[in-house]
Design a protein around this ligand. Structure first.
Ligand SMILES: [Zn+2]
Length: 336
């Protein structure tokens, strides 16, 4: 067993605990997670978890004890904090859950669950994002099927003929029902990215997507697709790719095209994505892009900071953030 493949063993348990302690109560008052009272005091430690401080709520009605991890995403985990820190860091380096599980020596289902929770925690930063200024938009169709969606594992009857690994896709626009949902990217020249997974690319869907992603009155540059040309509420100009026109002065969408050239290889890592989980992966990529000036360590710290907030952790475990950012379902409900 090489040292490099078990990096987490080099972490010191006390150092990790002190780091988590600082992050947990940074900019947050020390309070009881159950009754929110600030009337709390230290109450010993745990012999099996060195460095973990225990507190007791002094409120008469409560009198419960808690520690730095109570109510957070890391609460109740049998694995050490070093495992969690390293998993979050590897997630920000765009590793797959299987890769992370192997590097950490945990089960692949543990790796998958952690990745899903941590991605959800990261999405808490992306909930309110809306772009302004000069915005470029472009669309893409990504093959996404039913991976991992069988009820009890194993094979699921598809209700269609298998796609075949290298089968050529049908030409033209994709559709959710044809296992090729649309991805629309909005990228502001002043900074900021919003990427949405939608069911189709009709005028209605794109209008709703634009209303969510872009502030009214922004300058929008796109290609000449008819769904963009029908957009209301934005100053709109487009370049005509069919006439080999890719830039006309300031009017171009090269940033959006470039964003897709980064998105595609980052999705390739997972070797096939189910269309039900695609919004989660795409939104996490959006988080990484919006904080791309930070290092992976700093991004991991942001995710851990969110994961240590009981309010965020509760929603992250249930997948509420992905559900809110699932533009496929969101737009569907808005249109109907
Ligand atoms: Zn209390």
């Amino acid at each position: 067993m090489s040292i490099a493949s078990h990096l987490h063993q080099l972490f010191n348990a006390n150092t990790c605990q002190a780091y988590i302690h600082t992050l947990r109560w940074k900019d947050r008052p020390l309070q009881c997670p159950r009754c929110q009272s600030h009337n709390v005091g230290p109450w010993g430690t745990y012999h099996y978890q060195p460095g973990l401080q225990r507190y007791r709520c002094k409120e008469q009605a409560c009198k419960r004890t808690f520690n730095d991890l109570t109510g957070t995403l890391l609460d109740g985990s049998k694995r050490s904090l070093a495992h969690w820190l390293l998993a979050t860091f590897l997630l920000c380096l765009a590793c797959s859950s299987r890769r992370i599980a192997r590097e950490l020596g945990v089960h692949i289902r543990t790796g998958y669950r952690w990745c899903w929770w941590l991605r959800n925690a990261a999405l808490s930063y992306e909930m309110e994002r809306q772009l302004e200024g000069t915005v470029e938009a472009d669309d893409l169709y990504h093959t996404a099927g039913h991976k991992g969606q069988a009820k009890k594992g194993g094979k699921k009857s598809l209700g269609r003929t298998p796609r075949g690994r290298r089968k050529k896709r049908e030409p033209g626009r994709g559709h959710y029902d044809k296992d090729r949902p649309a991805i629309i990217a909005w990228i502001s020249r002043q900074g900021g990215v919003v990427i949405q997974v939608t069911r189709d690319f009709t005028v209605k869907t794109v209008q709703k997507a634009a209303d969510l992603a872009v502030q009214a009155g922004s300058q929008l540059y796109t290609d000449s697709a008819s769904s963009y040309r029908a957009l209301k509420g934005c100053l709109h100009e487009c370049v005509n790719h069919t006439r080999k026109e890719y830039a006309r002065g300031d009017v171009h969408e090269n940033r959006a095209e470039c964003l897709f050239s980064l998105l595609k290889p980052s999705l390739r890592v997972f070797r096939g994505i189910s269309k039900t989980t695609l919004p989660g992966y795409v939104s996490f990529f959006q988080f990484l892009r919006n904080f791309h000036q930070l290092t992976a360590f700093e991004q991991a710290q942001m995710i851990l900071y969110a994961a240590l907030d009981p309010a965020v952790a509760g929603k992250a475990r249930k997948g509420d953030f992905v559900r809110c950012l699932d533009h496929f379902k969101l737009l569907q409900s808005l249109i109907n």
